[in-house]
Design a protein. Structure first.
Length: 189
């Protein structure tokens, strides 16, 4: 399998219900302060022009072309319209989501870090082959947000109300509360 490298453009498929959770997607304008677009999942990685395409950038100064290592700190930049913003925690999860351990709502922001840590994600691979710590396309990953040193794991949670969307996206305190909702796979865009 191909190593994931900084600067790669990927689609992120959610593991919910045997990988039927959809693809991470920007959809409609965010109403949150500092927000750019709402984030949900959709049935296809190409619902709109680059709405489901994400560029992996280092949050610690690793150069483009360097391998992404399990445990690295990253930014995810959406490519809708050339710059769909950075994946970001912004405001609290809904009351219904909180009953299942959810923490924060997720949208994109024009800034890499709208507030300290909101746009930084620690990427962890479940495993890879060979076991050299590098992450490869198709590996199962978790994305953990660093806001307040504990922003939670990126997950799908409840049906989305966005147009042509599947599930809402938020963060959760639990790394796999149900049916692999916090598991993601990177697929080359």
């Amino acid at each position: 399998m191909t190593e994931l490298k900084y600067g790669d453009r990927v689609h992120l498929q959610n593991g919910y219900n045997a990988w039927a959770g959809g693809y991470l997607d920007t959809n409609n304008h965010s109403t949150e302060t500092g927000g750019k677009y709402r984030v949900s999942t959709t049935a296809t990685p190409t619902r709109g022009q680059s709405t489901g395409t994400w560029e992996i950038l280092s949050a610690t100064g690793q150069a483009a072309g360097q391998p992404v290592v399990s445990g690295d700190l990253i930014h995810l930049r959406n490519l809708y319209g050339g710059d769909g913003g950075y994946l970001d925690t912004n405001n609290h999860a809904s009351a219904a989501q909180k009953t299942a351990g959810a923490k924060y709502d997720v949208s994109t922001s024009a800034a890499r870090d709208r507030a300290p840590g909101t746009g930084r994600w620690r990427i962890f691979a479940q495993t890879s082959s060979p076991g050299d710590q590098n992450i490869r396309l198709g590996d199962v990953i978790l994305l953990w947000n660093t806001y307040g040193d504990n922003g939670g794991f990126l997950e799908t949670n409840n049906v989305s109300t966005e147009t042509n969307a599947l599930y809402d996206v938020c963060t959760n305190a639990y790394f796999n509360r149900s049916s692999d909702v916090t598991f993601w796979k990177t697929i080359k865009a």
